[in-house]
Ligand binder design. Structure first.
Ligand SMILES: Cc1ncc(COP(=O)(O)O)c(C=O)c1O
Length: 381
């Protein structure tokens, strides 16, 4: 029983699942090279955008024949662009196991009004990929940020599929190994694993996705912000930094700083190692605690970024109120900010373990969770 407050506090209490903690040692002065007050179409701006695309390719190991574009409206914008531009050509399967995946289901079924096959798993579980028909277009979220459940490996996706795979990888990119040969469309935003800013999305297209864009025109109107083709041809400029509309060059600079930090760690391998070490710290801590558990039912699917925990003590009277009170106590103590479960998810805590979080901070937080838990059990009585 931890009834006295732990002696050590995390040096950085930022455990939010988005926007996530900035890179270690971040200071605004690091953005001094941002070409502020200049056109993003001037050489200086275009070069920055191109560098961001090139470094994204380098760090993530994206094949040379895949297009990478910086697009408006964060990850949501990138996903919507893909759904609206590509779907409708062939049957669709929508996979969801938490809130964001469910959002894409709603868009496709209710807004685009496509007669999709929908496969859903409850929070903590994942859909059975063996049942999925990859000759249809398949839309899924690699890591369910709100349930802490991820696709462990892409080997369940056949290489010879006829459909396209459209993957929302916003809380997976830069923290998980993604097999590009299995992904036709991949999206993410900067505000997650690299601790960047909101507002900008990244859209990665395989040659097969580009082929679809050039051979298929959806029956619905296409807003300018989603348009990736002109006269039946892909607009190549988008994929070398000629963005559809005006980006924030301050955010671009911030993303560049984070990408360079990622490179200094050894790239993707270094990022994954940091994230896995953080998640392992939580895993080790909860292993012998009967009152707390990972929301992920199968440990093989447990996320290394958005680690979701539930309280399992039978003494808890009101699960939602209890979890909220624990999160509030952690926040009040200044040891964990924004660590409550997502509003649509089961009651509990969500500890962001992405690469920008220091393992020493995760380790320092753990005893505080026990302390806050015991304090709330006592308060309840
Ligand atoms: C899986 C997933 N998809 C989409 C989003 C939306 O991202 P954005 O707000 O960057 O558009 C989030 C944000 O947390 C997410 O976790």
């Amino acid at each position: 029983m931890a009834t006295t407050a732990p002696a050590t506090r995390p040096a950085n209490p930022r455990f939010s699942s988005g926007p996530c903690a900035k890179i270690p040692g971040f200071q605004l002065e690091m953005l001094a090279d941002a070409p502020l007050g200049r056109s993003h179409r001037a050489a200086v701006g275009k070069n920055k955008l191109k560098e961001a695309i090139d470094l994204t390719r380098e760090v993530l190991g994206v094949p040379a024949d895949y297009r990478i574009g910086i697009v408006p409206a964060s990850d949501t914008g990138a996903v919507e662009m893909a759904l609206w531009s590509l779907l409708g050509a062939r049957p669709v399967e929508m996979l969801a196991w938490e809130s964001f995946g469910e959002g894409w289901v709603t868009d496709v079924v209710k807004q685009l009004k496509l007669d999709a096959t929908v496969r859903k798993a409850p929070y903590g579980e994942i859909v059975d990929f063996k049942e999925v028909d990859f000759n249809k277009d398949v839309v899924f979220t690699w890591n369910g940020t709100t349930s802490g459940v991820r696709l462990p490996k892409a080997d369940v996706i056949p290489a010879d599929r006829e459909g396209l795979t459209i993957c929302d990888a916003t809380s997976a990119a830069f923290a998980m190994d993604m097999d590009w040969s299995k992904l036709d469309v991949t999206t993410f935003s900067w505000q997650k694993v690299l601790g960047g800013e909101g507002g900008h999305g990244v859209l990665i297209l395989s040659p097969r996705a580009v082929e679809r864009l050039e051979s298929y025109t959806p029956s619905w109107p296409m807003p300018k912000i989603f348009r990736m083709t002109k006269g039946g041809k892909i607009i190549e400029g988008i994929f070398v930094g000629e963005t559809i509309n005006t980006p924030s060059m301050l955010c671009v600079e911030d993303y560049l700083v984070a990408l360079k930090w990622a490179k200094s760690l050894g790239g993707l391998k270094g990022l994954i190692a940091r994230s896995e070490a953080n998640a392992d710290t939580v895993k080790t801590f909860i292993a012998d605690k009967p009152w707390i558990a990972n929301l992920a039912v199968d440990p093989a699917t447990a996320s290394c970024t958005s680690v979701c925990l539930k309280f399992t003590d039978p003494r808890i009277k009101d699960a939602a109120a209890f979890a909220k009170a624990v999160a509030k106590r952690l926040e009040k103590e200044g040891v964990a900010l924004d660590a409550g479960a997502y509003r649509d998810a089961p009651a509990g805590l969500r500890i962001w373990c992405g690469a920008t979080v220091e393992q020493s901070d995760v380790a320092a937080l753990m005893p505080w969770i026990e302390y806050a838990f015991e304090a709330e059990i006592a308060a309840q009585a």
